[in-house]
Design a protein around this ligand. Structure first.
Ligand SMILES: [Zn+2]
Length: 199
């Protein structure tokens, strides 16, 4: 938690992202590259979440396919389903276990009156870019959820909405403390308002 709220685009090596986006399977993202890079700095003050998103953007999340290639583990199979190779895309999107989590996540989000369309692989990896009022909370929740899925993989447990709620509560609580200290409580309530009654 804590840290700068300023997007580091001038200090970080943006060309790394450029290369990733350019050579990845998502060349159309090239245009919003900087927005993608700044997103975690716009919607959260949580350092770990920002770092994890940085790893996603630079393709340095150590999923089983990579660990297998480096001869660190004996199988590239997915920790959750044990059926397909665990690439980043598989872990965070294609895996049936993960898909079930995202389905529960999306159903819960829409029940809270937060506008959400069907989450695509691109939304999950890079963010949802639109002008609606829920931009900050929706993207923050997606960032928390991705890191949560990754932590579940590390702990070899399946991601559930129930445990995810506990994580959200904690994040909200810590953000409220920071907001209070910085005299920005109004901003905090503006962002978390729709789900605060549940937390
Ligand atoms: Zn899987």
């Amino acid at each position: 938690m804590g840290g700068s709220t300023v997007c580091p685009k001038k200090t970080l090596n943006v060309s790394t992202l450029s290369d990733f986006v350019k050579f990845s399977r998502f060349p159309n993202l090239w245009l919003i590259g900087k927005k993608i890079y700044c997103l975690p700095f716009t919607v959260t003050v949580e350092t770990k979440i920002r770092e994890f998103q940085y790893k996603i953007l630079n393709d340095i999340v150590y999923t089983n396919d990579k660990l297998f290639r480096f001869k660190i583990i004996e199988s590239p199979l997915c920790t959750f389903c044990q059926k397909e190779d665990e690439s980043l895309e598989h872990l965070l999107f294609h895996c049936t276990i993960t898909k079930n989590f995202w389905l529960a996540f999306s159903t819960w989000i829409s029940k809270q009156n937060i506008s959400i369309e069907t989450l695509t692989l691109i939304n999950i990896l890079f963010g949802v870019f639109n002008d609606n009022e829920d931009f900050a909370i929706l993207n923050h929740l997606i960032l928390i959820a991705k890191y949560f899925i990754y932590k579940c993989k590390l702990n070899k447990i399946k991601p559930t909405l129930r445990v995810f709620f506990e994580k959200i509560k904690l994040v909200c609580h810590i953000e409220r403390k920071i907001a209070k200290r910085n005299d920005r409580l109004h901003k905090h309530y503006e962002k978390w308002g729709k789900i605060l009654p549940l937390l």
